[in-house]
Design a protein around this ligand. Structure first.
Ligand SMILES: Cc1cc2nc3c(=O)[nH]c(=O)nc-3n(C[C@H](O)[C@H](O)[C@H](O)COP(=O)(O)OP(=O)(O)OC[C@H]3O[C@@H](n4cnc5c(N)ncnc54)[C@H](O)[C@@H]3O)c2cc1C
Ligand SMILES: *[C@@H]1O[C@H](CO)[C@@H](O)[C@H](O)[C@H]1NC(C)=O
Ligand SMILES: *[C@@H]1O[C@H](CO)[C@@H](O)[C@H](O)[C@H]1NC(C)=O
Ligand SMILES: *[C@@H]1O[C@H](CO)[C@@H](O)[C@H](O)[C@H]1NC(C)=O
Length: 632
């Protein structure tokens, strides 16, 4: 079966269960090409692992009680951690409500990360069409995938495990968030970690073993990934452990994977505790409202829809919102907590006037900068899916190219304000991909690249070997906003990302693009004859190719999200007019309601946001325990 047929089916059926069939077909095809490979044995191993995976997720509870001590909304990166830690207190009972369904074995094959965006495990958000950025994308819309599945976005993400630097969290503390400085949060990063990289594990100040979340290097690497690190050395940078003392430098990615498979927060934090009697999980349960008493201003439960029926469930102690950077502010506003004027415009009775939905931050990036090579050394999706050996390597041994994190292999962090300083505070990240995802007709759709640009610029190199760098802006000045479209809970909110509100952001990204091109010219990459793909992107043809203005135009056309939407329920002290939650994550003015997820970040760390979100959940759960006299 052709790769295009496979991906076509995935898109058509849009059902995660269909992924199983795809894998079975692929294996069947591999066997047809290599009949001496012991088909039965491999299929048996595949089937056994599949069944084991399915049986380890906590079951979907049908007998929901009328009342729980705590209700956690959303089983994502944060919600799974919170549910685990709160049910450590045996006299508490907890209900975890998740809009999505089961995570499955296929979703946890690292290389398929991008394909999951075509399934029903994605909320499928799109930004409001912008006039400044995303200009080369269909309808000028940047895409905002989010996980709608057990594990949330930790099932859709690229698994890069990255904490950020000391300064990121010291800044939170300086803003008045007592208890969130680096020395306070480092123990929480360590608490969940189980590092499976021996040379890093030795550094016990920054790493630990035995936690729920396993961190590994993927067992497979392209020669191009090695070249990327070599290029770093050639240009005067260091190889670093970016989760330790120094962030600026080059590294292979540390990933949230275990034995070559994705280790989502559901697998890490929920599978091992599926036997706890005091945890109920209700899947395909879409929360539509947090119930708040108008007089006492206490949150006393939630309303949700399951199988087209409406239910109400009460909370004795607290409702905890862990629905993520887009959905947490959405739900708060629907429930009467948000900017007064906006809620009135939407005909929602206002319970508390707070700046919900403001302060949206994301790491914007530029997609499409591609370098051609003269040897067959890159990852190509058609080869990965059709090469029988690669499939067997994965299904039998959890090895080979299918273990790479959606093609991402290595990263570099730069402080462009102090390029040669080694102890910098990074403002640019270069994400290295050992293949070209924009010249794949299917994968480019995950970034929304328009058909016209694809046909003209990228289709001609569809069959070539190539690699890419995605320059990413780590410390955006720009702030966006989430707003309601109307007061219907099932309607998607509006996402105003507001990328490049400030020209500084554009100029910093421009430096990132130029650094990427410089790397391609190193000896390490010239060994493979690396050459910048030079078919100009329509819309930018009026500028001299490779000129600064050409690159500025590219940044505005091929804009993409690095998926780190955060900050929309900002944490801050009482004096902060923009704060939605206090430093104990309690929603201002409302009793019995906290937000614990990526939306509380006052400033997004200069890092990928999964590990920081898990940290927030670890610390948040301790704050809850402390407030109810259950800590230690
Ligand atoms: C495609 C992609 C790639 C990424 N790559 C990386 C990476 O490589 N490294 C990294 O560190 N970070 C990465 N991220 C970001 C990281 O995964 C997120 O920052 C993190 O998962 C956010 O966690 P959260 O708990 O705030 O939200 P989520 O994990 O999104 O969890 C929210 C959960 O709440 C559920 N929910 C929402 N609304 C409702 C409702 N009304 N009722 C019931 N349930 C609801 C959702 O279905 C979801 O399960 C990526 C994200 C994406 C989408
Ligand atoms: C983009 O421009 C159009 C026409 O000028 C305008 O109506 C629209 O509101 C603008 N969109 C944004 C997001 O600014
Ligand atoms: C990793 O997975 C493979 C394939 O299922 C299995 O054979 C192997 O024993 C696993 N390794 C570890 C260390 O668990
Ligand atoms: C690729 O290009 C490099 C640099 O020009 C050259 O040294 C190398 O031999 C080429 N490899 C092949 C397979 O053509």
């Amino acid at each position: 079966m052709q790769n295009s047929t496979i991906t076509g089916i995935i898109i058509m059926k849009s059902s995660t269960h269909f992924l199983f069939l795809v894998a079975a077909f692929a294996l069947r095809g591999a066997y047809a090409r290599n009949p001496n490979w012991g088909f039965t044995e491999h299929m048996l191993n595949y089937a056994m692992e599949m069944v084991k995976h399915a049986s380890e997720e906590p079951r979907d509870e049908v007998n929901i009680l009328p009342e729980y001590d705590f209700i956690v909304v959303g089983a994502g990166s944060a919600g799974c951690v919170v549910a685990n830690r709160l049910t450590e207190v045996s006299q508490w009972d907890v209900l975890l409500l998740e809009a999505g369904g089961e995570e499955n074995y296929i979703m946890d094959i690292p290389v398929v990360a991008m394909l999951l965006q075509f399934t029903d495990a994605n909320w499928n958000y799109k930004g409001v069409p912008s006039n400044k950025t995303c200009l080369g994308l269909t309808n000028r819309q940047c895409l905002f995938p989010r996980g709608k599945v057990m594990g949330g976005s930790s099932v859709l993400n690229y698994m890069i495990h990255n904490r950020g630097s000391r300064k990121d969290y010291d800044l939170w503390e300086d803003m008045g968030n007592i208890g969130w400085g680096y020395e306070d949060v480092l123990p929480y990063f360590l608490k969940s970690e189980d590092i499976a990289i021996p040379e890093l594990a030795k550094n016990t100040k920054y790493h630990s073993t035995g936690g729920y979340m396993t961190i590994s290097y993927p067992p497979y690497r392209t020669p191009l990934a090695e070249a990327f690190l070599q290029a770093g050395i050639e240009t005067g940078y260091q190889i670093v452990d970016y989760n330790a003392e120094t962030q600026t430098g080059f590294s292979f990615i540390q990933t949230s994977t275990k034995n070559g498979t994705r280790w989502s927060t559901s697998r890490a934090f929920l599978h091992p505790i599926r036997g706890r009697k005091n945890l109920h999980v209700s899947k395909r349960s879409y929360v539509t409202k947090i119930l708040i008493d108008h007089d006492t201003k206490r949150a006393y439960g939630v309303e949700y829809i399951r199988n087209k029926k409406r239910y109400v469930v009460h909370a004795r102690k607290e409702v905890i919102l862990s629905a993520g950077g887009i959905n947490s502010p959405h739900l708060l506003m629907l429930s009467g907590v948000g900017p007064k004027k906006h809620l009135e415009d939407m005909n929602i009775p206002v319970i508390e006037d707070l700046k919900v939905g403001y302060n949206l931050m994301d790491h914007m990036a530029v997609i499409g900068i591609t370098f051609l090579v003269n040897e067959s050394v890159s990852l190509r999706s058609d080869m990965v899916f059709q090469n029988g050996k690669d499939l067997i390597d994965y299904f039998r041994y959890h090895e080979g190219p299918l273990t790479t994190a959606g093609g991402v292999e290595a990263i570099a962090f730069y402080d462009t304000k102090n390029l040669k300083g080694i102890k910098g505070y990074p403002d640019i990240e270069l994400i290295f991909i050992g293949g070209s995802i924009v010249s794949d007709p299917t994968l480019r759709k995950t970034f929304g690249i328009s058909d016209y640009i694809y046909e003209r610029t990228y289709k001609p190199i569809q069959k070539s070997h190539a690699w890419m760098i995605i320059p990413t802006l780590l410390a955006p000045k720009s702030r966006g906003r989430i707003m309601l479209k109307d007061n219907k809970p099932l309607h998607k909110p509006l996402i105003f990302h507001n990328y490049l509100q400030y020209s500084d952001d554009l100029e910093t990204l421009l430096k990132g693009v130029k650094l990427s091109v410089d790397l391609s010219e190193t000896e390490a990459f010239q060994k493979f004859g690396s050459k910048l793909h030079d078919v100009p992107v329509p819309g930018c043809e009026q500028f001299a190719f490779r000129s600064d203005d050409y690159w500025r135009c590219i940044i505005k056309h091929l804009t993409c999200s690095m998926f780190h939407v955060s900050g929309t329920c900002k944490m801050g002290p009482a004096s902060d007019q923009g704060a939605v939650v206090d430093p104990r994550l309690r929603v201002y003015g409302i009793k019995g309601l906290r937000v614990i997820d990526s939306s509380i970040m006052p400033v997004v760390p200069r890092a990928h946001t999964n590990a920081p979100t898990v940290m927030i959940a670890e610390k948040g759960a301790d704050l809850v325990k402390e407030d109810w006299g259950q800590l230690g």
